[in-house]
Ligand binder design. Structure first.
Ligand code: NAP
Length: 291
């Protein structure tokens, strides 16, 4: 793909440390090209000590905006003029938009997750969910599910205290029926296995199964999965994980983290360009980058 960069080119990017592994440049540059936009998207490695200066540069260099990744998703909030409701609730920003001199922070992870769910035909209102993991991604997903009217959210995590904290926070702040459950492993406690069996939606939100350790998915009582459930793996590399393959084999529906990555990127694209995102182009660019 030829990108024509000239004196009119508008600049977007991603700030993080590390950022070399990011697939967002491929996805967004393909999208800009498909829409005939004179935009370019680049990766900026920004160590924690330079976050303030890097955010100031968005204003000074007239950038359109940036995505924000590890380790800045939480700390960037203090440097912004305004944050969206989702970003405030999750305590994390993954997209910054410059509007004149103001920097506005959004979190498109949760809404990207919901769009991927809806595209798979799953409506979260009134349904039960089990989250496997209690980190930043699990929190963004939980907030999105609660706001979309999920009936209940169970949280299981390697470190149980973190699952308890997240569940208590969800119940207290968002009024959703949330509880911590034991990890539903092969030899796990019955309460965890029951939560796995009963959930309409099971979301895996740990890095287990990510390239290069692709053979080691989470330790789960896979025999509890069943037809009628939807299983969502936030891991996107590889797009088809061992976890998803086992869920499919048990008759459950399965959605790849690649779909969430596409939809969170699509929402950022819309915020930066006011144009509809070319989803198929973005998906193809990511798949090619992952080959
Ligand atoms: P995080 O905040 O660091 O949380 C990591 C979570 O994984 C914690 O619950 C942690 O449990 C658990 N964990 C880590 N290593 C584990 C292990 N060896 N065994 C069991 N549990 C383990 O990370 P995050 O930002 O939430 O990201 C989680 C995953 O989601 C990553 O793979 C990330 O790439 C993916 N993600 C995907 C998208 C997408 O668009 N598809 C978006 C965001 C994130 P403890 O609390 O016990 O440490």
């Amino acid at each position: 793909m030829m990108l024509k960069v000239n004196a009119h080119t508008r600049i977007c990017g991603i700030i993080g440390d590390p950022v070399e592994h990011s697939l967002s440049p491929e996805m967004h540059n393909a999208a800009f090209h498909a829409r005939g936009l004179n935009y370019v998207y680049v990766a900026f490695r920004v160590p924690a000590s330079r976050l303030g200066a890097a955010v100031a540069a968005i204003r000074h260099l007239d950038l359109v905006g940036v995505n924000v990744t590890i380790p800045h998703k939480e700390t960037v909030l203090a440097h912004l003029d305004e944050v969206s409701e989702e970003a405030r609730l999750t305590g994390a920003v993954n997209t910054v938009v410059r509007r004149d001199d103001r920097l506005i922070g959004y979190n498109t992870d949760g809404e990207g997750f919901l769009q991927a769910l809806r595209a798979a035909g799953f409506v979260p209102a009134g349904r039960s969910a089990l989250l496997l993991g209690a980190g930043g991604a699990a929190r963004a997903v939980a907030v999105a599910l609660a706001r979309a009217g999920a009936a209940s959210i169970a949280v299981a995590n390697r470190t149980p205290a973190r699952a308890e904290r997240l569940a208590a926070w969800l119940a207290d702040r968002l009024g959703v029926a949330a509880r911590a459950v034991p990890w539903p492993g092969r030899d796990g406690a019955r309460a965890g296995r029951e939560a796995l069996e009963r959930a309409d939606l099971v979301v895996h939100a740990t890095p287990l199964g990510t390239y290069p350790d692709t053979s080691t998915g989470p330790d789960l009582a896979y025999e509890c999965l069943r037809p009628g459930q939807l299983v969502f793996d936030l891991v996107y590399n590889p797009p088809e994980t061992a976890f998803l393959a086992r869920a499919r084999a048990a008759g459950a529906g399965a959605v790849s983290g690649l779909e969430m990555l596409i939809h969170q990127g699509a929402l950022a694209f819309e915020l930066w360009t006011d144009q509809s995102p070319p989803l198929d182009t973005m998906r193809a660019a990511l798949r090619e980058a992952l080959l």
